[in-house]
Design a binder for this molecule. Sequence first.
Ligand SMILES: [Zn+2]
Length: 92
Amino acid sequence: MSQISKGLLRSLIIRCSDVGLDCGHVIFGDSECRIIQNAIIHMHEYHAIIPEEMTTCMKMKIRENIHSYRDSMRAQILDESSDVPEKILPVI
Ligand SMILES: [Zn+2]
């Protein structure tokens, strides 16, 4: 918990791979509006997808795949240690 700031726990994330691209990049943002903007910038810089050419389907996928960082971390912990009872997992 110490190296994870409270700001980070409140932020939203999208994995580029969730949008359908073969990329391990994780995009952060502190609001839905900001993260969509960041995602569009990332698509442009890393994947040469011009914002004007982005399909509605892609924008929908971005919106659908916004997760809170906190939920994502919890899911990851539960996933990696599925044989550990939930009550002994650290609370994040
Ligand atoms: Zn990417």
